[in-house]
Design a protein around this ligand. Sequence first.
Ligand SMILES: C[S@@+](CC[C@H](N)C(=O)[O-])C[C@H]1O[C@@H](n2cnc3c(N)ncnc32)[C@H](O)[C@@H]1O
Length: 589
Amino acid sequence: MISFSDLKAAREARHHRPITVLDGAETGHASSSTAGSGDPSIAEPSSCACTRAFNLVSNAAFASTSTSASASISTPSSTTPAPPKPTSIDPRDTIYTLPPFLQVRRSEGSGRGIYTTKRIKAGSVLLLSTPRVAVLSTSQLSSTCSGCFLTPQESALKSGQPVQGIKRCQACRATYYCSIACQRNDWKEHKPECQAHKVLRGAWEARHSGENGKLHVGEEKKWVMSEAVRGLGRLIWARKREREVSGKDPDWWAEIEAMESHVETLPVAEVMRFGREIQILRQYLSCADAASGDRPDPADMVDYGFTSSGQLLNLISALTINSFTLSSPSLSPIGLAMSPITALFNHSCRPNAVVVFPNGGGEMNVVAISDIEPGQEILTSYIDVSLPREFRRKELKDRYGFECDCPLCKTGGSELPVGPDVDEGMELLRKEEEGTLDHTDLDTRRRLSSIIIPLTRRLSNSSHPVLALLRLQALVLTPPTSFRSHTLAITSLAQAYSGAQMVYPPGHPTLGMILAEWGKLLAMESPPEWGETNKVEMMRRLEPAVLVLRRAGMMLEMGFGAGGGLVGKEVEGLRRGCEGELQLLRMAQ
Ligand SMILES: C[S@@+](CC[C@H](N)C(=O)[O-])C[C@H]1O[C@@H](n2cnc3c(N)ncnc32)[C@H](O)[C@@H]1O
């Protein structure tokens, strides 16, 4: 994602992620210190507060656009809703606390779903919840606060304060916080995890340190468990904590147990995989009670309220189906979140609502992206809707176990583009998704433009992987280092927007995000050496910048709900700045 702060800073300088649940530790590359922080560690808090939550699957309609193959996409034509299907209300579903206009109903084909009893306008926030569990991906741990899930730049934007460094938990050296308040708020959830990290780190260091006692390069954070294990850990520890106080399961556990799991139809290979994952989870849980240096036996799950291995299998299978990608306010995938109530929304590749995290802080919103009539089902998308039909259908079948019969799937698919340029484009997208694409490498830039030029000649901007590559090109070129790269980044986003309009429903937040990225690039100051110093030239760019930012603001309001979230706030500030500058330039003419 293009960093707003980079662009804004440039202007101000002058004027004012199929979950592998438990495959051991992730190999993310969290560094031990963060830019600007100088790694001023926070002391372990002695007491604490607060709860947080969890989730596993790439449920986000806005998740990253790259996959393992390529295709061109059929254009969605209308937002006409599917005809209503027969539904019934079941007394078992009264465990959920929903706004009065939302109802849980059951249907033959898709089980429980959420329906509205009143007319809803596009841009309305339908449901605001805090995930039961949310955890950062390992690669995000040292750059994003584990309390509010914001980067220091995003926190500063939210608070209106200067950017502060992010500080590491002294005890575990895995988790980072942007403030003492965030660390305190997270402590109740983090406490057992913190001890588990310490034990795992100790064991890893004992095995992988060199003669100087330091870990070999590349081995530093390999002891950190995957986000899914850490999420499950937090969930199970929270349950145990509450059982110890009240002698029974907390009320929210009923919602976890009621989640659809498909466990009875799991293929044998999946059952075996989940079995191995349960072993890793048990080992991880027991580390929380071990002294550093110990190698604890796997936990006895009876201590955690599980009386059979079937219950654990059910839980892991349910989380695979019911979890979401935790995303940043600018839609970058940063981890995993789980909210049983939000997971009640069924899927459509032509959704009328989206799940977003517009302001960080663990706030999870379901937002209507089109007008919805009374009696209609509210549908979100579990996959990236810009992907070709067959990719979408395969993921929905493999991971969620159903054949999608949404209007978009029914209209048929288009042919997959093939060719070395497509393969190379997919390879670049894969690297970007893994976090291994070097944006500063000139060769990356050259490769991207040499692929995009022929691809855009024969394929539409809306097709896969063209749309994703256009956005990647703009990202790689930001902040631009020359007049040429600035122009190319702007052109790429203009093309990406034209393509995205073909594949995303009109109010989808991705459209607002592309406009925001485009508007910010237009609004960016050019350094004098680019030769764009005269007033006419500046006005020529600021005028479209204002228009694009204004449109971005409207689209962000629609996709993220009132205010458009943190990105909406930034875009609004930038637009006002540009309008002010334009006024001055006009007056000076
Ligand atoms: C996150 S859950 C949604 C809530 C679920 N219907 C329930 O009863 O708990 C995902 C599961 O719901 C079902 N589902 C969701 N959307 C569907 C659709 N469009 N068609 C058929 N089944 C669907 C599938 O079984 C899928 O694995």
